[in-house]
Design a protein around this ligand. Structure first.
Ligand code: GLN
Length: 571
């Protein structure tokens, strides 16, 4: 049976057939093409960075791109994952809590994504079990193949229809050989068969080892990893070889020979100084046109547009090595040993630094032992301070001590979510004189919980699903620092992920003592931006401004922090 016959027979579910491939309404085969990225040998190859960089090159050429990450784990979303193990939880505008790679796609493509761009095994199985309970499988025994793989293909085709994409970029989480992602790879093998030739391009990302003791590049692990993929019925079209140094021709030839991939399609993807130069590396090596040829997209490409977009991008990357002085931003945090847990903040600082021509160095501060007495000594090297998002008690008092130091010593300060809440507590204690002011998260049952549980969250049991999540509008008060920062706009939008807020009964006391709430939720008394007028720069927000910072559009609160830090460090 040809793939054509297959697709026509699957629509008639009443007929006894071995094929099960549910199709979304309006799906036109051949309209959307797919690029599938799988990793072999090991995790941590930077599949997301690779995939988003390649996607950007196609987007620049006028092609509509929609990425999707397929996660192997059984969690329904990333909300319950510990950022220390899995990197930061990234929040999309529609409230989806997802893998940090979605942040990479949003930044690289300068595009807001939705829950349709992220799926987990938990979501896939939940859907299959719901359908089973609903009797949708017409008495059939429900199996990994075709039902679970059918659900995966449905998700991909739904994304194709909904986004109207020319190319859907599918990033399969994990490494080939994992039990968790085997059914995803199988689903994509089936998809490639059903869609027909020139519709699905498989890219295998692999690692070339370079053991110090040998001093040369070795390809065996890569060969075996790709073989494993081929055993699963997938012939890669392109192989991208991760390595510390440019991959030698000898290694590329070996890989080509063992994998049936022509030499021109076995590429090097060696380490570079910044992830933002990866698109130009891929472009110089010719990855983009190989994909275009493989998927027969030549007719849809707009080279004039590409020239314009590429100039804009180069203008950004040309400034990656700023000449001007260094400044140091101190970031307090619980997960200081794992940079991935603060990925968006690091990127937002980088975007601002490039924009201003300042080299921003980050100084990680473990606050567990910081007190009012030693804060000055510990913070003397920093030009600005960020207290980022966080949960729980550990290090909270040390963060409050850092904020007091920043407020009193005119050190530029940006408080993000938890850092906003801690700034309110610090102000309540040390300016308003409410000595025992605290947050009900840190001191449950305390008398003066200036930060307490959101009314809308009270009574919601369990952890998953009990937070105020996603993009929300913020009403900005005229004639404030925030108002000027955001170009005098009356409403802005940022991403949220929190359970607690400023208790409205303390708002008057706080403002009477000089704290300005310059941003609030439009319809409720939820305070969302705070600032101190008589300070070089002291601002906080209940939102996560880092999540909407983009290379070519750095987020305003971060830009001003870096600028203020530069000004203050000159004095
Ligand atoms: N723990 C705080 C809350 O739930 C802050 C959350 C955060 O920083 N993301 O409101």
């Amino acid at each position: 049976m040809s793939s054509e016959d297959l697709l026509s027979s699957v629509s008639d579910v009443s007929e006894e057939t071995e094929f099960y491939t549910p199709m979304p309404d309006g799906y036109i085969r051949g309209r959307c093409k797919y690029v599938v990225i799988v990793g072999t040998v090991m995790s941590g190859l930077g599949k997301g960075i690779f995939s988003s960089s390649l996607a950007k090159l196609l987007q620049d050429k006028g092609l509509k791109i929609s990425p999707i990450k397929l996660e192997g784990y059984l969690n329904v979303d990333s909300g319950t994952l510990n950022p220390f193990r899995h990197g930061e939880v990234f929040v999309l505008d529609d409230g989806m809590e997802c893998d940090m790679d979605l942040g990479t796609y949003e930044r690289m493509l300068d595009q807001n994504l939705t829950q349709a761009n992220f799926t987990t095994s938990g979501q896939i199985f939940t859907k299959v079990l719901e359908k089973e309970r609903h009797g949708d499988y017409l008495g059939r025994d429900v199996q990994m193949i075709p039902h679970v793989t059918g659900e995966v293909k449905l998700r991909l085709r739904e994304l194709a229809v909904k986004s109207g994409a020319d190319v859907v970029f599918v990033e399969i989480g994990g490494t080939v050989g994992d039990v968790e992602n085997a059914y995803y790879i199988e689903a994509l093998r089936e998809l490639a068969y059903e869609e027909g030739p020139n519709s699905v391009c498989f890219v295998a990302l692999t690692q070339i080892l370079e053991p110090k003791t040998l001093g040369e590049q070795k390809s065996k692990a890569a060969q075996l990893g790709i073989k494993r993929l081929m055993e699963m019925g997938v012939q890669p079209h392109i192989i991208a070889c991760r390595a510390a140094n440019p991959v030698t021709n000898k290694v590329r030839q070996k890989i080509a020979q063992y994998t049936n991939v022509s030499l021109e399609r076995v590429f090097s993807m060696h380490d570079c100084e910044s992830i933002y130069v990866i698109p130009s590396m891929l472009r110089e090596l010719g990855y983009d046109f190989e994909v275009i040829r493989l998927l027969k997209l030549e007719q849809r490409v707009d080279l004039q547009r590409e020239r314009k977009e590429w100039l804009k991008w180069c203008d950004f990357t040309d400034r990656l090595e700023p000449l001007e002085k260094n400044i140091t931003i101190g970031i307090t945090g619980k997960y200081t040993s794992l940079r991935d847990s603060y990925a968006s903040i690091i990127h937002a600082l980088e975007h601002s630094g490039v924009h201003l021509g300042v080299n921003v160095k980050i100084h990680w501060i473990d606050t567990t032992d910081i007190t009012d007495e030693n804060a000055a000594e510990i913070l003397k090297e920093v030009d600005g301070i960020i207290v980022p998002g966080g949960f729980g008690v550990r290090g909270a008092e040390g963060k409050i001590a850092c904020i007091k130091y920043a407020r009193e010593n005119r050190v530029p300060y940006l408080g993000i979510c938890f850092g906003f809440q801690m700034a309110v507590i610090e102000f309540a204690r040390n300016v308003c004189g409410i000595r025992d002011a605290n947050s009900s998260e840190i001191a449950p049952g305390c008398e003066h919980a200036v930060i307490s549980i959101l009314p809308e969250q009270k009574g919601i049991e369990g952890l998953g699903g009990s937070m105020r999540l996603g993009g929300k509008d913020i009403e900005i008060k005229p004639d404030t620092i925030a108002w000027r920062l955001f170009g005098k706009k009356s409403t802005i939008r940022m991403r949220f992920r929190h359970r607690l807020e400023v208790d409205p009964q303390y708002i008057d006391t706080l403002t009477e003592h000089g704290l300005v709430f310059s941003g609030k939720a439009p319809k409720e008394p939820i305070m969302q931006v705070l600032e101190l007028p008589d300070h070089p720069y002291f601002i906080g927000t209940q939102a996560h401004p880092c999540m909407t910072s983009r290379p070519l559009r750095p987020q305003e609160m971060f830009v001003r922090l870096v600028e203020a830090a530069r000004e203050e460090s000159k004095k």
